[in-house]
Write a protein that binds this ligand. Sequence first.
Ligand SMILES: [Zn+2]
Length: 321
Amino acid sequence: MSYDSNVNQAAKAELERRRKLAEETARRNLEGFLQGCPRAGEIRRELAANAAGAARAVLSGGDVHKALEQRKERGMALRREYEELLGECGLTRRDIEPQYTCPRCKDTGFADGKLCGCYKALRRNLAYRNMSAELPLDQCTFDGFSLEYYRNDPAAYGRMQSILRSCREYAENFRANSPNLLFWGGTGLGKTHLSLAIANSALDKGFGVVYGSAQRFAVALERERFGRDNSIEGTSVNLKECDLLILDDLGTEFSSAYSNAAIYDVVNARLMSGRPTVISTNLGLSGLEERYGERFTSRIAGNYALLGFMGKDVRVQKIQS
Ligand SMILES: [Zn+2]
């Protein structure tokens, strides 16, 4: 999987930021500790002298074993004293040693001469973010979803209450092999809001999420296919392999034989590999069948939990109120 150079650069910059932050924090804490506690500095010097003395003892011959034992005990006593002083200053060893986000590579991106998993994950998630639509994710939370707009219609209210509950549970329990969801119903009923609330929650848990409209992905897939834009290299792989794909507004994209087939390919690949997808659409199953064919629709019907949204267009109500 190759990435465009912007993604590589951004990933390296993020690693550097993490590394510097960890090292700076530890350095500042250590400085403060040594300033406030001069004895700690003495201990550090004594420990160094003790280690050098141990090396000399080995070279000097004589009763090496005994000399080393003494040095070892002295070293242990000094370290104990040092720990106690740390404790008296309200610190622990973790405070004065860099706490890297990835202890394996110390936030350098390389471990054992190979790219570290943390760097790969960072690069992947940056690529996902680039692919995802610029949507106001932070505004789309479960708490921000108001049932008030459904209050006048008891059937719609009950349905939306239960959908909200299901989505919350889905988000709370989200895992790499969560089930697939299909949100369907008219525009302005909160399908995008709830799918983004799920995306938010999965992102918080550290999952790689790609979200956007079917239109956006259809365009990216066509561009990738016809090689018009290097920056979207990897589109279909990322759509197939991200932990969660939110495919919004399916059926509103500009339809072509190629885009229909490409979207089917993505949805099907995710089903085969057991990766969850949340699709929202204005089309019912019959509308989907008309547009994408029977094969696509039967895959959806058999493998997605269908949530039918009800009510009156919330956006229209907001304008009228
Ligand atoms: Zn790492």
